[in-house]
Design a protein around this ligand. Structure first.
Ligand SMILES: O=C(O)Cc1cc(O)ccc1O
Length: 438
């Protein structure tokens, strides 16, 4: 199959599904080719600095005003939006959930969204929500857009075909897609039921982190991001468009597909990225560096170095550090960490943290390797070791993450999670500086 993507991050792309559909030399000609309508989709205010200014020009069969009619409010039960604090009574604690079985009921990407945590406030465009999704039904005539934020989608099981206004994106486990705020799309399954994780980012868009002294290469390289070429659906049959707006869901009935963009140019576009193309940089002599070295994408908050949300991965890599405790160290921090596992095992928790599961280490709650990982790392031979079959990730935000009622009541919540640290004993002996074991 030909690669129907254009490579690069934040590029100024140009693409047309019909030859000559893209107006030449101007954005808004008196009459567009093929009788198309010109429309600008702005992801930033007009006046945002050039480096953060994002907009695309869409040449479409009908303007978006024809893709919305009168709205009716609908309920999408388990998709919650910050500020949202449920009174479920779950006490403070480090939390972990096992994976959930794929439900037997019919669920689309929208109705199958289950919010685990919310943080910040959608009304001030700060914060995020962490969701789990289950898809068992395609959104054939159902379309959706999210005015509340962009969606970072990370399948854990089964693939997704995402048809967006700007083109088609296919992703599977190990890949992510990011759908910008305000972009219409629908989701189908590519190989049976799918489940995975979503970060809904209410804040400034995800961008690539600065590399500082690392230089011009490694981590997530721009060329590995892919945006789709133009594609359109000319469908003149009843369709529904659902809009999520400040936490509410609103539906409108239309007589055609809203995915009718025949050509587009600009830098406000959906994209996909294969997490296995991330080039990790790490400790090649000693110690365990801060996990920020594995930041794939960061959504800044306006305060330097303080992310609205970071998307961090823990990929396959070589562990070579000498005389060092190699797994994550014990940690108490201001940021709130939602973690998921796409496949394999995570080195700080070989058991209990399972693919499709979740752990939540909220603001200023201690966490770190379990007893088993501590013992292995403290007494294992420190020869070079390749960490294989492992892909975990973290949505890390400056805002505390509030667990929803749904998350609090899930039967997969592991009430014994705290016990993974129970076996950590007092080893301190003021008379013995060299500690060789219990
Ligand atoms: O395992 C975790 O919970 C996340 C984590 C990873 C790491 O490399 C260092 C600290 C940390 O909290």
């Amino acid at each position: 199959m030909p690669d129907h993507y254009m490579h690069g991050f934040g590029n100024e792309f140009e693409t047309e599904a019909l030859p000559g559909a893209l107006p030449q030399g101007q954005n808004s000609p008196q009459r567009c080719p093929y009788g198309l309508y010109a429309e600008q989709l702005s992801g930033s205010p007009f006046t945002a600095p050039r480096s953060a200014n994002e907009r695309s020009w869409l040449y479409r069969i009908r303007p978006s005003v024809k893709h919305t009619g009168r709205f009716a409010r609908i309920s999408v039960r388990n998709w919650k939006t910050a500020p949202h604090i449920d009174d479920h009574g779950l006490p403070l604690g480090q939390l972990r959930w096992g994976p959930q079985p794929i439900p037997s009921e019919s669920l689309t990407f929208v109705t199958g969204m289950r919010t685990m945590t919310t943080a910040g406030d959608v009304n001030t465009q700060t914060g995020m929500a962490a969701h789990l999704y289950h898809v068992t039904e395609d959104m054939t005539d159902d379309y959706f857009y999210n005015a509340d934020g962009e969606l970072l989608i990370a399948p854990q099981m089964g693939g997704l075909d995402i048809a967006t206004e700007l083109g088609l994106i296919a992703i599977g486990p190990g890949e992510i897609a990011v759908i910008p705020r305000g972009m219409k799309f629908k989701v189908g399954q590519s190989d049976g039921p799918s489940r995975g994780y979503v970060c809904e980012n209410y804040g400034a868009k995800f961008t690539l982190p600065e590399r500082g002294p690392i230089g011009a290469n490694c981590l997530a390289n721009r060329r590995d991001f892919k945006s789709p070429v133009a594609w359109y659906e000319e469908k003149e049959t009843p369709c529904r468009l659902t809009v999520k707006w400040c936490g509410g869901f609103h539906r409108t009935e239309i007589g055609h597909s809203p995915l009718d963009v025949v050509a587009w140019h600009g830098n406000y576009a959906p994209y996909k990225y294969d997490l296995r193309s991330f080039a990790p940089v790490g400790a090649i002599l000693f110690d365990h560096p801060d996990p920020s070295i594995f930041t794939v994408l960061t959504a800044p908050s306006g305060e330097a170095g303080v992310a609205n949300v970071d998307f961090v991965i823990f990929p396959e890599r070589w562990l070579v550090a000498e005389h060092s405790f190699r797994p994550p160290w014990y940690h108490v921090n201001i940021m709130s960490e939602f973690m998921g596992l796409i496949y394999g095992q995570y080195d700080a928790k070989a058991h209990g943290f399972l693919p499709g599961g979740v752990s939540l280490h909220n603001c200023m709650l201690p966490h770190g390797p379990d007893k088993e990982a501590f013992d292995k790392a403290s007494f294992g031979e420190l020869k070079p070791h390749k960490l294989t079959d492992s892909l975990a990730f973290m949505f890390e935000t400056r805002y505390p993450q509030h667990v929803t009622e749904y998350g609090a009541k899930l039967p997969t919540l592991q009430s014994d999670y705290i016990d993974c640290w129970r076996g950590l004993e007092k080893n301190f002996d003021p008379k013995r500086r060299e500690w060789t074991g219990p």
